[in-house]
Design a protein. Structure first.
Ligand SMILES: Cc1ncc(COP(=O)(O)O)c(C=O)c1O
Length: 379
């Protein structure tokens, strides 16, 4: 017979966190930062969105036209092979289409890689102050993180950048993946082609090396081109790119890997079949064909970044060297007060406390009007 006193007890609160698998149980959800739609409403045209390294010039007109036309086909599923975009990429990059994997942003592919190749038996190496997705991908796969201290703050060419020799030494028998970003977010720093070539010689073939080139299209420094030619000699090398930055298509979510066909084949086993939507496939393909627009974006960013750096320096703000569309400014004191002051005037920048750099702010290169708004808001 049921015990009436027990029946009256409320059941314990349901908490699905207790049911999550061990790797997910240890994770925290992505911090979405400021509520940007609300801020756009609050500040209107006076907002300066300098927190997410987007392209203030936006996408090429050709991409916009292709996206509008693709909307008519949105009642159909997208091509699960992404064949047209892959062919366009293969032609431009000089690789076979079996070397290409498409992602719903490169973020998806960076996560998928760890999920496919590593688990609790393995470790994954990345750098202190490296891209935020690397530790998340590692934790989500349940792998052990080996976070290698960055180069010292006073380093001549890459302060707080990746220390490649130390990263090669950090590899252990069960290391499966190494994540590098070149140039790196959030530091903006980079390493040269020769340093990468030496690094790859020092790393065993059984360790997959990802070179995340999200900012590649902004680069114009001598000695840094791309890791792509090294894929011929190193089948364990994976190059990651995105349409979110210089192509001005962050909201579309398209990224890609260039990798050995056997790496692509493994990723394909877990990739969601329709991960890149019809509008995104069409927009990315058209954007790729518009080389003139990309050249314009590149030139604008270079000139504006250097102008902004000079203006900041004149006001006493020191920025790290950058080959990207953002600057990492390091203050003499904690940056929270400055971030709050800027925020109050509608100037959104990215605080770096979460990266272990409480005195730094990451500032994207905006339009001239946005950059001026930033400068006016400084004390
Ligand atoms: C270094 C780096 N890699 C990858 C990404 C993610 O790009 P996507 O929009 O393709 O997911 C970013 C975005 O900020 C980045 O900075």
């Amino acid at each position: 017979m049921a015990n009436p006193s027990r029946a009256a007890e409320p059941p314990p609160a349901f908490d699905a966190a207790q049911l999550a698998n061990p790797a997910t149980a240890r994770l925290r959800a992505y911090d979405p930062g400021h509520d940007l739609p609300a801020l756009r409403e609050r500040f209107g045209a006076a907002i300066a969105e300098l927190g997410s390294n987007e392209n203030p010039l936006g996408p090429s007109q050709r991409a916009l036209k292709a996206m509008r036309a693709a909307l008519d086909t949105a009642f159909r599923y997208p091509d699960p092979r992404g064949a047209a975009l892959k062919h366009a990429l293969a032609g431009q990059l000089g690789v076979g289409i079996d070397h290409l994997a498409l992602g719903n942003g490169s973020h998806e592919l960076l996560m998928l890689l760890a999920q496919c190749f590593a688990d609790a038996q393995h470790s994954i190496v990345y750098s202190q102050y490296g891209f935020a997705v690397f530790p998340i991908a590692t934790a989500a796969a349940g792998a052990r993180a080996i976070c290698v201290p960055a180069l010292p703050r006073g380093h001549r060419t890459a302060p707080r950048g990746h220390d490649l020799p130390a990263m090669a030494r950090a590899v252990r028998r069960h290391t499966r993946v190494i994540y590098l970003a070149n140039p790196n977010n959030p530091t903006g720093t980079w390493f040269g082609d020769a340093a990468l070539a030496a690094f790859l010689e020092a790393v065993p073939r059984e360790v997959l090396v990802v070179v995340d080139e999200a900012y590649h299209e902004y680069v114009d420094v001598q000695g840094l081109s791309t890791a792509l030619p090294l894929t011929a000699r190193h089948p364990n090398l994976i190059v990651s790119r995105t349409f979110s930055k210089a192509y001005g298509l962050a909201g579309l979510r398209v990224g890609y890997f260039v990798a050995h066909p056997s790496v692509v084949a493994v990723l394909e086993r877990l990739r969601e079949s329709f991960n890149v939507n019809v509008v995104a496939l069409a927009g990315a393909e058209a954007a790729l064909a518009d080389r003139a627009w990309l050249a314009r974006v590149h030139a604008f960013n270079r000139a504006e970044r250097e102008w902004l750096r000079d203006e900041l320096l004149e006001r006493g703000y020191r920025c790290l060297p950058s080959q990207t569309n953002f600057l990492l400014c390091v203050l003499k004191q904690d940056a929270t007060a400055l971030e709050n002051r800027l925020f109050g005037q509608g100037v959104i920048v990215r605080p770096m406390g979460g990266y272990g750099m409480p005195r730094a702010l990451r500032i994207s290169v905006g339009s001239r009007a946005e950059n001026r708004r930033l400068l006016r808001a400084l004390p």
